[in-house]
Design a binder for this molecule. Sequence first.
Ligand code: SF4
Length: 342
Amino acid sequence: MQENNHLLTVQDLSVSFFTYAGEVQAVRGVSWYLNPQETIAIVGESGCGKSVTIQTVMGLLQSPPGRVKTGSVQFEGREMLNLSPKQLREIQGNRMTMIFQDPLSYLNPTMRVGEQIAESYRLHHRVTRQEAEARVLEMMRLISFPEPERNMRAYPHQLSGGMRQRIMVAMALICTPQVLFADEPTTALDVTIQAQIIELMNSLKEKLRTAIVLITHDLGVVANMAERIYVMYAGKIVEEGDARDIFYHPKHPYTWGLLASVPRLDGEQNRSFTYIPGTPPDLLNPPAGCPFAARCRYATRACLSRFPEETSFGGRHKASCFLYYPGAEENLRQAMEGRQQS
Ligand code: SF4
């Protein structure tokens, strides 16, 4: 941690799920922070623990089977993990909100979208129906929704996928939250609509002064939004830094793989994860060493022994990989050569 005036600070957070099969260690000692009006991204494959982290931060972790084992979540100077359900409800949907991946399964098919946008505003503010409706119209205009007076009376199935995602954005932002979590907000959309939603979120962030935590497996989405990036793998952060560090000077072999899987505008789809064979480790019994070792072409015996300490590369850029340990220079040289040839 470099500054102490963060809006949100997650420190050494570990979360497990206690199942009949045993303890699934979904999040293992994760630390990150978010400054006011900043956009950060937490990036990693499905199952890496990014969504569980966010559920825990928002007080939405289902317990049991989930349980916070260690750590702290400080929001505006308060410990989120100690709040009562009533205190949490005052924050959820108001100071902290969330956009989900699939609007169709989240929106209520039997309610007009205008009523759904108004719902959290009426819950958190003492307003009349007319005042709530006026606020909904204001939000729909803010997001440049076509024909807002008419469309606020539409049902979700009468709108396109992109319009439904805009409704989700309006729902999340109607209370002018301090933090917006966006969990794969563009995954279900085609590329053109994806770009529109990213542009919309960027412009609303400026207008409403909301900080954003983007959760995604796709570094391509992150490129146009995030100022800082945390790369997560098997419940741990393996690399973090400013966006330019991660895109132009990535250090961790897993980040190299994620970058290689980003579709290119020239139509050439890189070989995706073909040069990272295998799957993430079973978090019922996570490996003692680097969790990426089984998929890493640069792994050595040292990688199997323990999790590597962070190496700092200047500024806020850090990665946990034995390639940057003293004595591993030849391995690093070969890895860099191999990366360039891939
Ligand atoms: Fe690969 Fe070893 Fe680095 Fe893990 S620590 S990413 S196994 S080189």
